[in-house]
Design a protein around this ligand. Sequence first.
Ligand SMILES: C[S@@+](CC[C@H](N)C(=O)[O-])C[C@H]1O[C@@H](n2cnc3c(N)ncnc32)[C@H](O)[C@@H]1O
Length: 245
Amino acid sequence: MPDAIFSHPRLARVYDPLDPDRSDLDTYVDLIDEFGATSVLDVGCGTGTFAGRLAARGIRVLGVDPADASIEVARSKVNSDNAEWVVGTAPVVAAVPARQKHYDLATMTANVAQVFLDDKEWLSTLLAVHSCLREGGQLAFESRRPSDRAWERWTKELSRQLVEVAGEGPVEDWVQVTAVDGELVTFDSPTIFHADGERIDSTTTLRFRTAEALRQSLEEAGFLSVEVRDLPYAPGRGWLFIARA
Ligand SMILES: C[S@@+](CC[C@H](N)C(=O)[O-])C[C@H]1O[C@@H](n2cnc3c(N)ncnc32)[C@H](O)[C@@H]1O
């Protein structure tokens, strides 16, 4: 069940204006060039910003996300025959025979790989992605290093912003960590629409797995080689995993 921040229609519509700097996605665009990929499966595509960048370059992309409101935003902003959208999860995509062994590259950008709290759901996602990749295809995703303790910076004081959003007026939001339980970090992210005073709350839990656990899960899902790079846009703070099917 996706968080309100992705599944509530009004929140999904302001997701991009509240987080306009997507230079993090350059890392994944560079991988398209590195691997010469022409077909991409973007798991947890959200509002379709990355898929839109690929489609504009003539790359065929399927974006899948369980948050229907986010897919709605993606559909409305990416007007391209190269982009296809599915409301669902990676196993839903893999259930269609034509999508098996079909993609050169699969991606999970931003914190998608950390939304899978339970090992069974994470493994079923990896197995589904693996089955959709052609032989030699690659899966790329990032995960934050637990040792960086990023959640200690997720406070109202450090994150609060007030943004003028077209059609909405001033919108305020922030994140505030509410619990840290082993590898699980939970935070609230309220959004306040000042024009009419509506406040919509969202709660997210992310899992900070170790690099070893991530490597093992990829091997268990059948990936042959697993490369772990420093995350280019956040050196020392995250890993970029690249696994070959
Ligand atoms: C932080 S957003 C990232 C969205 C997008 N990748 C980006 O870079 O803008 C995390 C996304 O993961 C999606 N998500 C949650 N559970 C999921 C699942 N089981 N399978 C795929 N995506 C999921 C959410 O709906 C949300 O769109």
